[in-house]
Design a binder for this molecule. Structure first.
Ligand code: THG
Length: 375
């Protein structure tokens, strides 16, 4: 069943779509939030990349687990969890909302969905947010209950995604704005669908409620998707790096603050709202950062995706200036690219650097802005 080398057990959770993923000959998995995330289906990364930019793909992103906050004090509690100013947040919208610790470090970078004033979902990246939030709820005296609901995102991504979705859920879905959601019927039940996803190729995420409906939903999308040349896929590392989408655990960890990660645009630094880690975050802003996430483009052999950080040093002096945390060859820009945490003094655009890749070779490179653009 698994050619990924993972020894499956109950600790590695399946999603409602795993059965279909297996039927489509998944050839590798990773694990996110203790849940399977398919990584490949026999095609090369580059084939999948071009296909995603041209057609439509179905992704089992059930590992994007939901942490539900429900209750009279839900809105106040959720504001306490994130530096993002939610005072004008409306129901039916998604918000990219970092969560930080009391000392201002990043716990997770979820998508927050506001279902109502008394109900929110955090659609989380790879860390145990459920435990953090449950602990906070216990200690807070606020009227909230916290659980992981029976909700499993399935992404439909790519330029043909909308045409496909209209056929299944009706023309109303065309009116959905980016990072908004609404309810659509499937199998006589209402399902939440957002215009969002972990790519910049356009598309939707269906937050399937009801594990047992997984195969039915997948099969329906597949059947309608045939004429759009649909393929089973997964977040594509080439496309993700080009777009500058960050991956928790890779580009950032509990060691980093939001300023270092360019997430300050999702943070409120004034005292207009109150949240965990506010003092620490204000202090970070006052002091300034000594490293930030930047793009690097570099020459040499086309690189496979990095499986461990690649050292970046100064071309001039050889000193350590940072590391590439996600890197790969971009067939679009026809150069190697990477997302890198880069030290102050070296983060200016066009700073020349040297990249030590895991193929053991050093390559010339330069610092650039993210998202990557043609030079
Ligand atoms: N979708 C859902 N849940 C998720 C992800 C997702 N949970 C895990 C992970 N991805 C969380 N991380 C991100 C990172 C980037 C974006 C979404 C989730 C993203 N960012 C846009 C950008 O950077 O341009 C838009 C952000 C904004 O303007 O608000 O889409 O993909 N359900």
């Amino acid at each position: 069943m698994d050619e990924s080398g993972l020894k499956m057990s109950r600790r590695i959770r399946r999603t409602p779509f795993t059965e279909q993923v297996e039927n489509h000959n998944v050839s590798g998995y990773t694990v996110v939030n203790h849940t399977l995330l398919p990584k490949s289906f026999g095609k090369t990364l580059e084939e999948d990349y071009w296909h995603l930019k041209e057609h439509v793909q179905i992704w089992d992103v059930g590992c994007q687990r939901q942490v539900q906050i429900k209750g009279k004090d839900a809105a106040r509690f959720v504001q306490w969890l994130t530096p993002r100013n939610l005072s004008n947040a409306k129901s039916g919208k998604c918000f990219y909302a970092p969560l930080i610790t009391e000392d201002g470090k990043i716990i997770n970078d979820p998508v927050l969905l506001k279902l109502s004033n008394e109900k929110f979902w955090l659609s989380i990246a790879d860390s145990d947010v459920l435990l953090w939030v449950k602990g906070l709820a216990v200690g807070s005296n606020m009227k909230v209950s916290i659980k992981e609901p029976d909700v499993w995102p399935l992404a439909v991504q790519g330029p043909k995604a909308q045409d496909l979705m209209v056929e299944i859920f009706g023309g109303e879905i065309e009116n959905l704005k980016y990072f908004n959601f609404n309810w659509f019927s499937f199998d006589k039940q209402k399902q939440l669908i957002a215009r969002s996803g972990y790519s910049k190729q356009g598309g939707f995420e269906i937050y399937l409620k009801g594990f047992e409906l997984g195969s039915k939903l997948w099969k329906k999308i597949w059947e309608v998707g045939r004429k759009y040349k649909i393929r089973a896929g997964s977040p594509n590392i080439i496309e993700r790096i080009e777009a500058g989408l960050l991956s928790y655990g890779n580009e950032m960890t509990l060691e980093n603050n939001p300023l270092e990660c360019g997430l300050d645009k999702y943070c409120c630094f004034s005292n207009d709202v109150e949240y965990i880690g506010q003092k620490a975050l204000q202090k970070f802003q006052e002091i300034g950062v000594n490293k930030v996430i930047r793009g690097i483009r570099f020459s040499g052999h086309p690189q496979k995706p990095c499986s461990k950080p690649w050292r970046v040093s100064s071309k001039l002096t050889g000193e350590y200036v940072g590391e590439i945390t996600s890197g790969v060859y971009s067939p679009y820009f026809q150069t190697n690219i990477g997302l890198a945490m880069i030290k102050k003094g070296f983060w200016d655009e066009k700073t020349t650097v040297s990249v030590l890749s895991e193929d053991g070779m050093s390559y010339d490179g330069e610092v650039c802005d993210i998202p990557f653009t043609a030079t």
